[in-house]
Ligand binder design. Structure first.
Ligand code: 173
Length: 320
């Protein structure tokens, strides 16, 4: 009896001092993109900065990329708390959040979205439907392209099988393509085996997995804008102290600022593609208008179809 009272006393004493001297917390992180690759890097820089500045407050244990977890599972792993924080494009978790289909259709930067209430609304959707705190968004200012092994001469893909994710699904369907969905890690093999005659991917990153060896053409202009979100399990987020939450927010806003360098990175990547023999197929004038018009129209029509109650609000907040 005496012992038990003593133990309770110790527990009570610990609880009493807890708010004053919060414990350092370590979050377990997974990346849906291969370590060191274009869309993994900003998150890796975010982790490095946070760990340098968060000693005694908050640390992130970076478990790794797709070798640790299939990319299309990362959203669900954050939702259920299997991991605490993840780096994933919304295209990899549209099964959990159909509204995610709107994020790459944004024409406002994340900085503008924080100003006009878009981030707040997108975060609320993640809270309610995914048990996720939408900490922030990298990848701004990076368009997507269609890459091909066979040339086309007009905005039409009838008879071609193209590798997609949800990003390109509505647009390439409208262009008449046959679609095959794969995670990034399976693109090379699909090209090698001739299962696909092309793939959707952003302007950055095709060298990361060696696809330049299997790519002959890039169709211009690019369309949409990459979104790579930093997702935090909502239960975990709520348990963090104000100082820990502020450190995460401050550091992700710094990460969002890194997107300014994408102007230069995109240009360097286009040059590297040209140097490795990838030829542009460039639509201009009315063909370019048709290409970009179809991309936006097909994308928003799909959002309306899968998220009818939120589509108009998302479009108003995310686009100019
Ligand atoms: O093509 C993809 O795998 C994809 O959807 C994507 C989205 C954002 C960045 C990179 C790839």
């Amino acid at each position: 009896m005496k012992y038990r009272l003593g133990l309770l006393g110790v527990v009570a004493a610990c609880l009493a001092v807890a708010p004053a001297m919060a414990q350092e917390v370590t979050l377990r992180a997974v990346n849906s993109f291969a370590e060191g690759s274009a869309f993994a890097k900003p998150f890796e820089e975010f982790i490095a900065k946070l760990n340098a500045e968060g000693k005694g407050v908050l640390q992130i244990n970076y478990i790794g990329g797709p070798k640790a977890m299939p990319p299309f599972e990362v959203g669900n792993a954050v939702k259920t708390g299997v991991i605490d924080i993840g780096n994933a494009t919304s295209a990899f978790y549209t099964n959990l959040l159909p509204e995610g289909n709107a994020l790459w259709l944004a024409t406002r930067t994340i900085q503008e979205q924080r100003q006009n209430g878009a981030w707040e609304f997108v975060n609320k959707l993640h809270n309610e439907k995914m048990n996720v705190w939408y900490l922030g968004r990298g990848g701004d200012g990076i368009p997507f392209h269609l890459y091909l092994t066979k040339a086309i001469d007009k905005p039409e893909l009838t008879g071609l099988t193209i590798r997609v994710t949800p990003v390109y699904r509505a647009f390439f369907t409208a262009l008449g393509a046959t679609l095959v969905q794969t995670p990034p890690g399976e693109v090379y093999t699909a090209l090698e085996r001739g299962v696909v005659q092309g793939y959707g991917w952003p302007v950055q990153g095709i060298f990361d997995l060696g696809w330049q060896e299997r790519t002959k053409y890039r169709v211009d202009p690019g369309f949409y804008s990459v979104d790579v979100g930093v997702l935090v399990n909502l239960d975990k987020w709520k348990k963090l102290s104000q100082a820990q939450q502020e450190l995460l927010t401050k550091t992700v806003i710094w990460m969002e600022g890194l997107s300014a360098r994408n102007v230069e990175l995109n240009a360097a990547e286009l040059k590297r593609q040209a140097d490795s023999g990838i030829q542009p197929i460039t639509f201009s004038g009315p063909a370019a208008d048709k290409w970009l018009g179809m991309a936006a129209d097909a994308g928003w029509a799909y959002v309306k179809q899968v998220a009818p109650e939120n589509a108009d609000k998302l479009r108003a907040l995310l686009t100019k």
